[in-house]
Design a protein around this ligand. Structure first.
Ligand SMILES: [Zn+2]
Length: 491
C-alpha cells in the first residue's frame, strides 16, 4: 500500500474486518479514558495492533495507509465488559456464538471478562479471538472455584490443589461464590501465591465484604456482601418462611437489604474496601427488572435483537436462574426502588472515598441483552450521580485495572493496544447513542467503528448481521443437537 501524506493525497477509507498497515484516525475528539475532558482534533496513529502516537491534528502531516476521518466524531477507548458470561445456549436452546460476540462488538465492547462459563470451550474461543480468526472481543476468563459446598476444614489441601489447577489451566483469574471463612482464607492465600485475581459473588453467607477486605479479594461482584457487612442488627430480618434456595424469596427479600443497614457501619465497610483495594463491579443493570418489570419485559431492543433462546430463558420459570418473576407486585418494586436508591448512593459514596468502580452487564439473565446491558449499566452509573467522564473511565480504564491490564487497555494513548470506538455523536451528552441501531430509539446506532486489536469493524454492519441471526433463528428456534452451556451463576 502506498505511503501518502495527509493533506497531500487523500487516503483511502478503511475497510471493515481487515487490519491496516498503518491506520490513521484523524480529526478525532478524544475522550481518553483517564477522566479528563474531550480533547481534539487529534490524529491517532495505529500500527498493527498498537496505538503508536496520538498527535494534535490536523497540524502536522502524518503518513498512513488507510484513514478513518473522525471529523465531528468522538473517539473513546473500546468499552470493557467486566462481568459477563460466554453463552451458546439458553434454557437448552442453542444460540450462535457470533450472535453474542457480534452484538458485543456492535455495542463498542472490545474486551470481556468472563466470570463463569464452560472453561474449555471458552479457552478455545479466547485463543481464536487472540489470533483474530473469529470476530470477537478480547476474552479474559475467570475459572469458577466450584467447590460448593467447600471441603471440610481438614481438607485444606484440596482447596490449594484446585487453585493451582486453575492457575495451570491458563485462567486469567478465579471466580468464587458463597464460601466459608476458613475456606476463603486458604483459597485467597493460595490465589495470592499463584498471582491469581479473584472475583467474589457473595451470598447471604458467613463471609461478607469484611472477609474480602481481610483476605484481599480483587473485586466484589454485584452487591451482596457489602450491605450484609453493615446490617444494623447484624442479621437481615427475614420472615419465618424464608428459604434462601427459593429464588422468588431470595430476590424478593434482597430488595429489603440496604434499608436494614447502618449508615455508619456501611461507611466503614466502604473505607475498608478502599484501603484494601477491593474494587466493586456492581452490575446495576442486572437487577433492574426488579424495580421496573414492565419496562424490562417491553424493551424496544427486543423486537430486533432478542434471540429466541433468550426469550425462552427470560420467561418466568423457577427452573431458569433469574427468571423469578412469579407474582411480582408493585410492593416488591417499591422495595427494590428504595434498595436501588440506597445502593446507588453507596456506589457513589464508594467512588467519593476513592474506591475503584468497574462496570459489567451480566447479560443473558433477567431480561438483559448482551451489549445493551452494558450501555444500560452506564446510564445507571450516571443516575447514581457520576459524571459521564467518570462513567466512561469506569467502563474502560477502571475495568482494565480490575483485570490488571491498566498498562495496555482502557486508554487512548501511545503504547496501548489499539482498541477504540469511533462515535458519530457525543456520548458525554447521551450514552444511548451507543446502543446498536434500534427501531423506536432514534438516537441509537451511532457507533461507527469498533476497533479491536487494530482491526476496524463497521459497527452498523455487525448490528445488521446480528439482527439477521435473530430473524433466521426465530424461524427455526428448536434445539439442534447437543448443547453444553455450563454457565454458572447465582445472582
Ligand atoms: Zn454473573
Amino acid at each position: 500500500m502506498p505511503f501518502v501524506l495527509m493533506g497531500q493525497t487523500a487516503l483511502a477509507p478503511t475497510e471493515s474486518g481487515v487490519r491496516q498497515g498503518r491506520l490513521l484516525v484523524t480529526n478525532a475528539l478524544v475522550v481518553d479514558g483517564s477522566g479528563t475532558p474531550a480533547n481534539g482534533p487529534r490524529t491517532i496513529v495505529i500500527e498493527g495492533n498498537r496505538i503508536v502516537a496520538v498527535t494534535p491534528g490536523p497540524g502536522r502531516p502524518v503518513a498512513g495507509d488507510k484513514v478513518i476521518d473522525a471529523k465531528g466524531k468522538y473517539v473513546l477507548p473500546g468499552l470493557i465488559n467486566v462481568h459477563a458470561h460466554i453463552q451458546d445456549e439458553r434454557a437448552g436452546w442453542p444460540m450462535r456464538q457470533d450472535y453474542q460476540f457480534g452484538v458485543w462488538l456492535a455495542s463498542g465492547i472490545t474486551s470481556v471478562r468472563d466470570v463463569g462459563s464452560n472453561f474449555e470451550k471458552s479457552k478455545a474461543l479466547r485463543e481464536q479471538s487472540q489470533k483474530n480468526s473469529i470476530v470477537a472481543p478480547r476474552l479474559f476468563l475467570y475459572a469458577v472455584l466450584g467447590m460448593n459446598p467447600a471441603p471440610s476444614v481438614e481438607n485444606e489441601a484440596a482447596i490449594r490443589t484446585r487453585v493451582r489447577q486453575i492457575k495451570a489451566s491458563g485462567a486469567d483469574g478465579l471466580k468464587f461464590f458463597e464460601i466459608s471463612d476458613w475456606a476463603m482464607r486458604v483459597m485467597q492465600e493460595e490465589a495470592h501465591e499463584q498471582k491469581l485475581r479473584t472475583a467474589h459473588h457473595a451470598a447471604v453467607a458467613e463471609t461478607n465484604a469484611w472477609h474480602d477486605i481481610k483476605y484481599g479479594t480483587t473485586s466484589i461482584e454485584h452487591w451482596y456482601g457489602i450491605p450484609d457487612a453493615a446490617l444494623r442488627d447484624g442479621v437481615q430480618n427475614f420472615p419465618g418462611s424464608f428459604n434462601h434456595q427459593y429464588e422468588v424469596d431470595r430476590f424478593r427479600y434482597a430488595g429489603h437489604l440496604f434499608r436494614q443497614t447502618d449508615p455508619v457501619k456501611l461507611g466503614q465497610v466502604l473505607d475498608g474496601m478502599v484501603k484494601a483495594e477491593v474494587a466493586w463491579s456492581p452490575t446495576l443493570n442486572i437487577y433492574e427488572a426488579a424495580r421496573d418489570l414492565l419496562r424490562y419485559q417491553t424493551q424496544p431492543f427486543f423486537k430486533e435483537y432478542l434471540h429466541p433462546a433468550l426469550e425462552k430463558f427470560f420467561a418466568p420459570d423457577p427452573n431458569n436462574h433469574g427468571s423469578f418473576f412469579l407474582n411480582w407486585t408493585s410492593a416488591d418494586e417499591a422495595e427494590w426502588r428504595m434498595n436501588y436508591r440506597l445502593w446507588m448512593d453507596a456506589v457513589r459514596d464508594f467512588g467519593r472515598r476513592g474506591g475503584v468502580i468497574g462496570i459489567g452487564e451480566d447479560a443473558g439473565f433477567i431480561y438483559n441483552l448482551f451489549g445493551f446491558g452494558l450501555i444500560r449499566s452506564m446510564e445507571l452509573h450516571q443516575e447514581a450521580g457520576f459524571h459521564p467522564l467518570q462513567v466512561i473511565t469506569q467502563a474502560t480504564a477502571n475495568n482494565a485495572k480490575i483485570m490488571g491490564k491498566e498498562h495496555e487497555l482502557g486508554r487512548v494513548r501511545a503504547g496501548y493496544l489499539a482498541d477504540l470506538i469511533v462515535v458519530d455523536g457525543n456520548p458525554l451528552a447521551d450514552f444511548r447513542i451507543l446502543y446498536p441501531k434500534t427501531e423506536g430509539v432514534p438516537q441509537s446506532g451511532k457507533i461507527e467503528w469498533t476497533i479491536k486489536d487494530g482491526i476496524p469493524y463497521h459497527a452498523p454492519t455487525l448490528a445488521q448481521q446480528v439482527r439477521k441471526i435473530v430473524e433466521e433463528d426465530r424461524k427455526n428456534p428448536k434445539p439442534r443437537g447437543v448443547v453444553t452451556g455450563g454457565d454458572e451463576d447465582a445472582h
